[in-house]
Design a protein around this ligand. Structure first.
Ligand code: PBG
Length: 330
């Protein structure tokens, strides 16, 4: 019998049941977070062209999407606001009656057990589209932006958010937000920091959805340089020291090495954001008939889990949950 292999990995691939028995990574709907875009008004549902299946909605419509998320057993929703007006400072971000604050209050009332996460940033609210305060030369001022971000996070907590998620990438914002939350009596509100957020070309469709493309320049002065991974670990450690309860890597697929390192080297709860461009490219190739979009998305989300993410933020969360239930015959 010489020449025949002793180990035959194929033995455990023979049937679907055997494959399931030895599967190393699983991804349940409760590990997924669905991003939602909220606009003012009522009865509004504007599809985002570059993100099939995604829409900007008013609160009443948002409640329907949230109900689907809740019924589907998703881990939560992540809210982004598209305000009616923008100004130089982005003051709509911390308006107690702003789009996000209003949506959080409605969600809290309608689905007390649904985890509500809010994105904390200024770029959707500033007339220039940058994530902080600008100086006269158009540079983003770090320390001057911290107070505004802290006000924004506190206003989300006041409205009832479970988790605030700062995505601005200013240095020191996690500490500033933690202090502000504690002082305002919100010590129970958690922080999910976009700790390793790269200056990525994959955010394009999101900026269409949220109307947050910078009117001049780009975000490379504050978001991370894509070739760097050691620096991501430094960013993550800083955020943990400042009080982050969970840390995020974003985008996901091009940065799976970073996801793995953050998980292994910190042991902290890690979220990975499968961003708009990652979603859009799968959907676009699917529409052309060049790829099976559903299979590609499912494989992508599982790969992110395999790399070490505890939580995956994805525009495809509801569809994933639907397929997951169907497979269980539920
Ligand atoms: C806001 C923010 C962005 C995303 C999440 N929060 C855009 C950006 O930084 O330009 C991107 C999400 C996505 O592409 O799906 N700062």
């Amino acid at each position: 019998m010489s020449g025949f292999p002793v180990h035959r990995p194929r033995r455990l691939r023979r049937t679907a049941a055997l494959r399931a028995l030895v599967r190393e990574s699983r991804l349940a709907p409760e590990q997924l977070i669905l991003p939602l875009f909220v606009v003012p008004g009522a009865g509004v549902r504007e599809p985002v062209e570059s993100m099939p299946g995604v829409a900007r909605t008013s609160v009443d419509e948002l409640l329907q999407d949230a109900e689907e998320a809740y019924e589907g057993g998703l881990g939560g929703v992540l809210l982004f606001g598209v305000p009616p007006e923008k100004d130089e400072l982005g003051s709509g971000a911390w308006d107690p009656d702003g789009v996000v604050q209003n949506a959080v209050r409605h969600l809290r009332r309608a689905f007390p057990e649904l985890t509500v996460v809010t994105d904390v940033c200024l770029c959707e609210y500033t007339s220039h589209g940058h994530c902080g305060v600008l100086d006269d030369d158009g540079r983003v001022l770090n320390d001057e932006s911290l107070e505004h971000l802290a006000w924004t996070a506190t206003s989300h907590a006041e409205a009832g958010a479970d988790i605030v998620a700062p995505s601005d990438m200013m240095d020191g914002r996690v500490g500033a937000i933690r202090r502000a939350l504690d002082e305002a009596g919100h010590s129970g509100v958690a922080i999910l920091s976009y700790a390793a957020k790269y200056a990525s070309a994959f955010y394009g469709p999101f900026r269409d959805a949220a109307h947050s493309t910078p009117s001049s320049g780009d975000r490379r002065g504050y978001q991370m340089d894509p070739p760097n991974a050691d620096e991501a670990l430094r960013e993550v450690r800083m955020d943990i020291e400042e009080g982050a309860d969970m840390v995020m890597v974003k985008p996901a697929l091009p940065y799976l090495d970073v996801v793995r390192r953050v998980k292994t080297e910190t042991g902290w709860p890690v979220a990975a954001y499968h961003v708009s461009g990652e979603y859009a490219q799968a959907m676009a190739a699917g529409e052309k008939g060049w790829l099976d979009a559903e299979a590609v998305l499912e494989e992508s989300l599982l790969a992110i889990r395999r790399a070490g993410a505890d939580v995956v933020i994805t525009y495809w969360a509801r569809e994933y949950a639907r397929r997951w239930r169907e497979r269980r015959g539920a």
